[in-house]
Design a protein around this ligand. Structure first.
Ligand code: PDD
Length: 290
């Protein structure tokens, strides 16, 4: 396995960053998770845009422009002989003396890890997963803004620990105003009376690339979509629930805490099928990172 660090490839065992890296010292960094299907990095531009957006909000100057990032990603895939891949791009503030001042770190640390994509078990898509509404709240947007895909993930890790204890696949966090926000690594959708609801960005969530595509697909399928706040009670009273992210795509939910939602419903299935078609369409168009 070859890891990209600031323009050079290192074998996994030698791929190391300094203990003075502020990503390590303070969680001062950002990242993106991408997925490649048959050599095609799905929604590559959207992910790079979001990385740039996160960097801007953190006042990190990325060492590469869009084309450079694309090339670095495709070189990493090629160097590892990967077609179906999980790709993680991380950018930390960089190495510097101990201290919070970002000026201590003149050069960001830019890392790309790519590995063989391992599918989630088919059974999860067929039967749906259990999710738990956890006590840990999503960060208030005026603290660590959830719009930043930051490597400072402690809040979500606390939520994940709670979810694990509840025997759940994913933990759903409420926001400061008691409305449903999002999962630890996913966005959440519910269906009621054939209509789709998902929390709006102002609920304090990450603007998921998959979330954006699902909204677009729903509109094409003439399913009404509302980006609206909803409560935990509404989530439990939904006809269908699913969660989304780049790696799992659309994952049906069969249980929210002890409330059974049931097998994947009609709208979830329609959207999951449309998503698959969209991936195939992108593949046919032959747009690749290289
Ligand atoms: N997580 N919300 C949070 C907090 C996330 O971390 C993610 C993605 C999403 C969904 O975003 P997208 O659809 O762009 O993948 C929502 C990635 C997969 C991760 O942490 O690895």
């Amino acid at each position: 396995m070859q890891i990209y660090i600031n323009g050079t490839f290192y074998p996994k065992e030698e791929a190391k960053v300094s203990v003075f890296d502020h990503g390590y010292l303070y969680g001062d960094g950002i990242y993106e998770t991408l997925r490649a299907y048959d050599g095609y990095v799905f929604h590559l531009e959207e992910h790079i845009e979001r990385l740039e957006h996160s960097a801007k909000l953190m006042e990190i100057t990325l060492p590469l422009e869009e084309n450079g990032i694309m090339k670095a990603i495709s070189d990493t895939l090629a160097g590892n002989g990967l077609k179906d891949a999980y790709i993680r791009v991380s950018v930390s503030r960089g190495t510097g003396e101990i201290g919070l001042d970002p000026e201590l770190c003149p050069v960001p640390t830019f890392v790309i890890i790519a590995k063989q994509f391992v599918d989630y078990p088919t059974e999860l898509y067929e039967k749906g997963v259990k999710i738990a509404v956890v006590e840990t709240r999503r960060n208030h947007p005026e603290t660590l803004n959830p719009a930043i895909k930051s490597t400072n993930f402690l809040n979500n890790i606390f939520a994940k620990m709670e979810a694990k204890k509840a025997g759940a696949f994913e933990g759903i966090m409420l926001n400061h105003a008691n409305f449903v926000a999002e999962g630890t690594i996913s966005n959440v959708f519910m269906v009621k009376n054939g209509e789709l609801l998902t929390p709006p960005l102002i609920a304090g969530i990450l603007e998921g690339v998959t979330r954006g595509l699902v909204i677009e697909l729903a509109e094409k399928l003439e399913i009404k979509v509302y980006e609206e706040m909803f409560s935990e009670a509404a989530l439990k009273d939904a006809d269908e629930v699913f969660i989304t992210n780049t790696t799992m795509e659309i994952m049906p939910v069969r249980e929210v805490d002890d409330k059974t939602i049931g097998a994947p419903g009609r709208v979830t299935k329609m959207l999951a099928e449309a998503y698959r078609q969209e991936v195939l369409r992108a593949l046919k168009m032959g747009i690749r990172a290289d």
